[in-house]
Design a binder for this molecule. Structure first.
Ligand SMILES: O=c1ccn([C@@H]2O[C@H](COP(=O)(O)OP(=O)(O)O[C@H]3O[C@H](CO)[C@H](O)[C@H](O)[C@H]3O)[C@@H](O)[C@H]2O)c(=O)[nH]1
Length: 317
């Protein structure tokens, strides 16, 4: 099977590429290298069965070229920064909705039979039911990012039903691990490298979310893709996250411990009752019962995933 991975040089994308190549797929990556890097995929660049296209998906011709001869598209290209929503809504629209629209149009009449999309827990907003199941509603995202992901999901559903391909949506919890170059763990490590005496924590530190290691994420995506292929549905959505959750304060403690530091924690207080920024969901834990019924389960819990990620990020610089 020939697959296209958009965002395949990025954090989650490059781990997915590793797993697909190891399983013998033919893989083409489309990435504009804005957040991703060739370094993440360098082991495959000269490999037979691997192809890299550098390009910006806002340009339709590039997307049209990238889907040629492909059976399945894993669409991971996106700007993942929830926090930029209040300053740059247009950028989040373009890099989440517009590029998805361009992809869907390019897929019309193409060889693509499957679209796999990485959506986000942020589509649920401040969910009143925790753990939050896939059929929770009404969906009321509280960030532009979450709104853009939900808009992309809705377009995918409409196009899948209209144009005869099958679509699988993953609503991801906070994904962490080697090669991540943004997010709370990355930020804390960098802040402590600059000043080992004090750690600034955005918000009040009680934000509590579920964290999933990227290795478990990729395992889940490929396992459920296989299951979805056999099931015959046109469209389906799965949460991928963890059974437990962890607070930002606990993450700060683990990072400090692994760096062998005892900084003073300075909480900024944040906005809207201790959130890190406008649109930061304070409490997030997804129900993963549907994914578990397919036979997948996370190997690392949130605490283990955080500790593993801190070690991985520290060992690389
Ligand atoms: O310096 C920092 C950075 C973050 N935080 C806090 O840490 C938590 C996690 O923030 P991240 O930036 O790591 O991640 P987000 O929860 O904003 O979003 C992540 O998870 C989402 C899904 O749950 C999306 O998929 C998104 O792309 C991905 O970045 C937030 O509550 C935030 O307030 C701090 O206290 N200090």
């Amino acid at each position: 099977m020939k697959v296209l991975v958009t965002g395949g040089a990025g954090f989650i994308g490059s781990h997915l590429v590793d797993a697909l190549m190891e399983r013998g797929y033919n893989v083409r990556v489309l990435d504009d290298l804005s957040a991703g890097s060739l370094d993440n995929i360098k082991r495959w660049l000269e490999h037979e069965g691997f192809e890299f296209i550098e390009g910006d998906m806002r340009k339709r011709e590039i997307v049209e070229k990238a889907v040629e001869g492909v059976d399945a598209v894993f669409h991971l290209a996106a700007n993942p920064e929830v926090r930029i929503g209040s300053q740059s809504p247009e950028l989040l629209y373009e890099t989440n909705v517009l590029i998805t629209y361009n992809l869907l149009n390019a897929m019309r009449g193409s060889s693509v039979r499957y679209l796999i999309f990485t959506s986000s827990s942020t589509v649920y907003g401040d969910a009143k039911i925790i753990p939050t199941p896939e059929d929770y509603g009404p969906l009321e995202p509280i960030s532009v990012y979450g709104g853009a992901k939900l808009a992309a999901e809705a377009l995918i559903s409409g196009y899948a039903h209209t144009f005869g391909f099958r679509a699988l949506i993953f609503r991801l919890a906070n994904i962490i691990g080697e090669r991540s170059n943004h997010g709370v763990i990355y930020d804390f490590i960098n802040k402590l490298r600059r000043n080992p005496e004090e750690l600034e924590i955005l918000g009040d530190g009680t934000q509590r979310k579920s964290y999933l290691h990227v290795s478990d994420t990729v395992d889940g995506m490929l396992h459920i893709f296989e299951h979805f292929g056999k099931e015959g549905k046109t469209y389906d959505a799965y949460n991928l996250g963890n059974n437990d959750w962890i607070t930002v304060r606990e993450i700060a403690e683990i990072v400090s411990e692994e760096m062998k530091l005892t900084p003073v924690f300075r909480f900024t207080g944040g906005v809207d009752g201790g959130r890190g920024w406008k649109g930061d969901v304070k409490f997030m834990r997804l129900s993963i019962e549907k994914a578990k019924k397919t036979g997948w389960k996370p190997k690392l819990n949130s605490y283990e995933a955080v500790r593993r990620t801190v070690k991985e990020l520290l060992s690389h610089r």
